[in-house]
Ligand binder design. Structure first.
Ligand SMILES: Cc1ncc(COP(=O)(O)O)c(C=O)c1O
Length: 418
């Protein structure tokens, strides 16, 4: 007879993979700007018994029985999301940022309508209209970008294009833009063209929650987000909107885009939102900003060009075109040195997306591990050293050993096997 209540069965090949991943996360410096480390509590709750439950629909209107606690859970999560961001309506079911965006578009537009989004190579996201994504296949798309001289969003172009194209939706929000976005300008563009304004705050949601980045709730009609970047929750998505769009958004998520919600992830979202409502979350976000500024200073001092000349956020985008190294080579060199980051296009990049001329570096995960400015001084030395010695495997190995030693000062999930 098959029983699940006995001791956990060992599955050696799987355990070996999980342990190696744990070691990778512990021993390397995580500088991918879209990643973070959840708290042990969020980690624990992500694996709760809610993984077993189906709950298609919404609280008090489900297509399955046994949903009384699922209802309580979803209400709690929605309430926390609304409170944290001052939103009238929250949908916490989106499985990820892309499905949150898909649902937001379907709530606001019909297939064939036009979306005005940010050019992927200037910092936008695939799901903002790229022809490679559903967004560019289902909708007509036009793009705005940054100005060549300042590398800041060209708001005049946004307004001009909006008036010319009359899009159904304007999307603001980026994956690799290091500066604060002027949502007022986007609102103006939307009002002048009769478009809905959707802000994707996936990257900077944590800073918005802490009041350290202007809130898009309002002026946007709909706000989408991931929950796993600066917000430091489980992998997932979320949509906030004005009450009038609530039903359209809910219908677009289910049954429009998704089936049953991932209740175990929603539980973990509740835990993370609870953490974000605590006063020390503001200190955490403040420290991220201090750490990124320090990193930016080091990179500039060592002759690296930063897109837009600096940062107001958790990330910097290094333009490597003056350094005789491309983004892919930089990513590989850093990896050999024990630093995880990603290649990234820079505005007006001539390289392919698989090569790129840029390197995106974030500090949210390092800050979660407890690093402060003096630690970032050492991190920056490792990064600059790796970029300077990208062809020297011996040197990169030395840095990797130093990184492994350095990370021991910042224990990650002590006591957990995987
Ligand atoms: C701005 C933005 N929106 C949406 C997404 C998509 O999120 P997901 O990978 O959860 O679909 C990302 C991912 O990095 C992002 O940067």
């Amino acid at each position: 007879m098959v029983s699940l209540n006995t001791e956990i069965r060992s599955d050696l090949p799987l355990e070996a993979i999980l342990k190696r991943e744990m070691e990778r996360q512990r021993n390397k410096l995580e500088m991918i700007a879209s990643e973070n480390f959840v708290s042990e509590n969020v980690l624990r709750i992500t694996s709760s018994v809610f993984t077993n439950k189906y709950a298609e629909g919404y609280p008090e209107a489900r297509y399955y029985g046994g949903c009384e606690y699922a209802d309580e859970l979803e209400h709690l999560t929605q309430t926390r999301a609304r409170k944290l961001f001052g939103a009238e309506h929250a949908n916490v079911q989106a499985h990820c940022g892309s499905s949150a965006n898909m649902a937001a578009y379907f709530a606001a537009a019909k297939p064939g309508d036009t979306i005005l989004g940010m050019d992927l190579s200037h910092g936008g996201h695939l799901s903002h209209g790229s022809p490679a994504s559903f967004s560019g296949k289902i909708f007509k798309t036009r793009f705005y970008g940054v100005k060549p001289d300042t590398e800041l969003i060209d708001y005049d172009e946004v307004i001009r294009l909006a008036e010319e194209v009359k899009p159904r939706i304007i999307v603001a929000g980026t994956s690799s833009y290091p500066r604060i976005i002027d949502f007022g300008k986007f609102r103006q563009a939307a009002d002048r063209s009769g478009a809905m304004l959707i802000v994707d705050m996936a990257h900077f949601a944590g800073m918005v929650a802490a009041g350290l980045y202007p809130s898009p709730v309002p002026p946007a009609d709909i706000v989408t987000s991931t929950t796993h970047k600066t917000l430091r929750g489980p992998r997932g998505g979320m949509i906030l909107c004005r009450r009038v769009y609530g039903k359209a958004v809910d219908d677009a998520i289910f049954p429009g885009v998704q089936g049953g919600p991932l209740l175990h992830v929603i539980a973990a979202k509740a835990a993370a939102l609870g953490e974000a409502l605590e006063p020390d979350f503001i200190d955490y976000q403040r420290q991220i900003l201090k750490n990124t500024l320090r990193l930016a200073q080091h990179l500039t001092d060592s002759g690296h060009k930063l897109v837009s000349g600096g940062t107001d956020t958790h990330l910097v985008l290094v333009d490597l075109r003056n350094k005789n190294i491309n983004g892919l080579q930089a990513e590989i060199a850093l990896d050999k040195a024990g630093i995880t980051a990603n290649k990234n296009t820079v505005p007006f990049d001539r390289e392919r997306f698989s090569i790129t001329s840029g390197l995106r570096l974030g500090t949210a995960a390092l800050t979660t591990r407890g690093m402060v400015e003096s630690d970032i001084d050492e991190v920056a030395d490792f990064v600059v050293g790796a970029l300077r010695n990208a062809d020297d495997d011996g040197h990169l190995k030395k840095i990797r050993d130093m990184v492994a030693n350095f990370t021991k000062k910042f224990p990650l999930y002590p006591g957990l096997e995987f």
